[in-house]
Design a protein around this ligand. Structure first.
Ligand code: WT7
Length: 649
């Protein structure tokens, strides 16, 4: 059996084996040096080499703080790059998407590039027929079925801007995202399978567009066959529209800087932000990171477990992987249905070569026990990846040994919804793979670790992770209708000179970057990004709540979990009230945001200016020193809270 990494060296690092090096696209550090010398020239060359353009650009990069553009004047079509060109080059019969339904008695479905080409053109015509034009927004609220990629690619084909909303988000969250983007069309399904049960998605969609809504048309995919209500003139079945659709639709020639999609993500306030990505820069980096980080070759079967509703799903379950002409596997269900070895069964049966998931999922699998993967032959695997949060040593080792059979490297990929593609990782042919360390900036990416005064920190001192100009081509181009927020969130800390990632980091060996976590009020619950303010708003909407504060608490599986302190109005604390509050969060945001603990308090610790001291609340729930409480308006509140949380100090 091929071994893709060496044994651990004296420092505990792993290196690519000779075999891995000779196979890899990138075998040594030369590319890093070349790119660092002139990142703009590097991206100029890579953009031409990897992506097909209808018209070349006049200027490669423009930087007017805090805005930048790439490949200015260039024209392209992302859908053409993901689909048509592979058909034209003779790869039409190659599988593009292997779809695995959750129910065991259903057959998998394979969509070749040729078939995908047909479906995408037809659906693009469906959208046009319904009046969707270039620049219009289309909200996609779909489960993990290939219609999700078809819908996204069809939007890209005609220049409509999609906004995909995670299918587990509540109707209220969906409504907020629809209203903010002013989407005309919503694409959803009747339902989908989740641990053997049908989730009635159309019901949620109906609730989200009831009353006043910008949505004029709803397209419904028949997936689970559950009963749904179809509103006349508003709701249409996907298959009926497709049966009537014209076959050919030429890809629109779109401007490099024209938006490709909006994706809502949590910021430090209660309101989700619509991160904007544009055609040119995004697809260039989606392509190159897919090819180099996952070292994609023609024979690979790539599987990313992320939901299509997150940026990972966009870039590595659709655009980046398809742009390289690789086959991706797409699974509808959960890892534990019908049993805890479902993922490993899928790897074995489909000979998956590259597997990409999140630390929280790895910790969950580790907790279920190594007997589950041990039941299966995982020897097809060559490369493993993680994303979403820092990976701890234990989870890393479990993954490396039990899934990778100590043969496969792990690429720990750091990036954000805002960056669109991986920016920090270790390339599989270069190494070293250091547990808990993401690695180096991807060639052509300029990052630094700085203190609050913009000085680079030296050695292994921790600091703030920032990006410097030239900014990565795939970095966000703004927040949908929230310019002030864009500037405040990413540019104010460093006088519009650096982009703030809002993550902390430190260097290892002066070269490799370890991410230490968020430095703002954003939590990472099971790899899902949630702001404390969002949960606070939801809880505070309950009639009995006077005020509340949510902080993050370490959690063995989820990484972090929300801990809510609640002060009531007149009401008495009770289990029933607690359940109502849990339910409020579930309904307002979705099950992922549900607090681990709700603790009732008499008062919250406050500064004299009335600000809640979340830092002290965090110390309380993590048993850390609380610090000086004498400057508080109400120091006695801390004593009561110590009892409430069982603080041991
Ligand atoms: C935040 C972004 C990128 C897709 C999934 C999450 C954290 C992400 C890593 C990693 C340590 C990581 C950061 C980042 N994060 N990847 N490999 N190591 N932390 O996207 O929801 O926009 O969250 O996730 O804190 O800022 P997102």
């Amino acid at each position: 059996m091929k071994k893709w990494v060496t044994d651990k060296d004296s420092k505990g690092y792993y290196w690519p084996s000779e075999e891995a090096k000779s196979y890899a696209w990138v075998k040594d550090e030369k590319i890093y040096e070349e790119a660092a010398k002139d990142p703009i020239a590097f991206w100029d060359k890579k953009a031409r080499e990897g992506i097909s353009w209808f018209k070349p650009w006049k200027k490669t990069y423009l930087w007017k703080p805090p805005y930048y553009k790439w490949f200015i004047g260039g024209k392209l079509n992302v859908c053409y790059n993901c689909v048509d060109r592979h058909v034209e080059s003779g790869k039409g019969k190659k599988p593009a998407i292997i779809w695995i339904p959750e129910p065991m008695n259903e057959e998998k479905k394979v969509l070749t590039f040729e078939e995908l080409h047909k479906e995408v053109q037809k659906f693009a015509n469906v959208l046009k027929e319904l009046g969707v034009k270039k620049g219009d927004r289309v909200t996609i609220y779909l489960p993990m079925i290939p219609e999700a990629q078809i819908a996204m690619l069809a939007c890209a084909r005609i220049g409509a801007i999609h906004s995909v909303v995670f299918s587990a988000f509540s109707p209220e969250s969906l409504r907020a995202r629809i209203d903010d983007a002013k989407s005309k069309v919503l694409i959803t399904s009747d339902g989908y399978y989740r641990r053997g049960k049908i989730v009635e998605l159309k019901k949620n969609a109906d609730e989200a567009v009831s009353g006043k809504s910008p949505i004029k048309k709803v397209i419904v995919v028949k997936r689970a066959g559950n009963q749904v209500e179809m509103k006349k003139k508003r709701d249409f079945w996907w298959h009926e529209l497709m049966a009537k659709a014209k076959e050919k639709c030429a890809p629109a020639k779109l401007d490099s800087e024209q938006p490709l999609f909006i994706l809502y993500t949590s910021g430090t306030t209660g309101k989700p932000k619509g991160v904007i990505h544009v055609n040119g820069g995004y697809i260039v980096m989606a392509y190159w990171t897919s090819k180099y980080v996952f070292d994609l070759h023609d024979e690979d079967i790539f599987w990313c477990t992320a939901d299509i509703g997150w940026v990972t799903g966009h870039t590595y379950n659709c655009y980046g992987i398809l742009a390289t002409g690789s086959t991706l596997l797409f699974y509808e269900g959960t890892p534990d249905f019908p049993d805890k070895d479902r993922w490993w069964k899928i790897v074995e049966e489909n000979k998956v070569t590259i597997f990409y998931t999140a630390p929280t999922a790895i910790r969950m699998c580790a907790q279920w026990g190594s007997e589950w993967p041990a039941k299966h032959d995982l020897s097809s695997l060559r490369l493993l990846g993680t994303v979403g949060e820092p990976i701890d040593q234990q989870a890393w080792s479990w993954y490396f040994e039990n899934i990778g059979g100590s043969r496969c490297p792990i690429v720990d990929t750091w990036w954000q919804t805002e960056t669109g593609a991986t920016l920090i990782t270790t390339l599989p042919g270069v190494g070293p793979f250091i547990p808990t360390v993401a690695g180096r900036t991807f060639p052509g990416v300029t990052a630094d670790i700085v203190d609050a005064e913009k000085n680079s920190v030296s050695g292994d001192m921790g600091g703030y992770l920032v990006l410097k100009s030239p900014f990565p081509p795939s970095l966000l181009r703004g927040l949908w209708k929230a310019e002030k927020k864009y500037i405040e969130t990413y540019w104010l800390s460093y006088d519009k000179e650096f982009y703030s990632t809002n993550d902390g980091a430190r260097r290892v060996d002066n070269k490799y970057i370890r991410i230490t976590g968020r430095v703002d009020d954003v939590m990472n619950v099971s790899g899902h990004r949630i702001s404390t303010a969002e949960i606070e708003n939801a809880i505070a909407s309950h009639k009995n709540v006077a005020e509340c504060a949510v902080v993050s608490q370490p959690h063995p599986i989820k990484g972090e979990a929300p801990f809510a302190f609640v002060v009531l109005k007149e009401a008495q604390p009770s289990e029933q009230l607690k359940n109502e509050l849990f339910e409020t969060v579930r309904v307002k945001i979705g099950p992922i945001a549900k607090p681990e603990v709700i603790a009732f308090a008499d008062a919250l610790p406050k500064t004299r200016s009335g600000k809640i001291m979340r830092r002290m609340l965090r110390a309380l729930v993590t048993n850390q020193p609380i610090g000086d409480t004498t400057t508080l308006l109400n120091p006695e509140s801390i004593e009561q809270l110590k009892k409430v949380v069982g603080y041991k100090g």
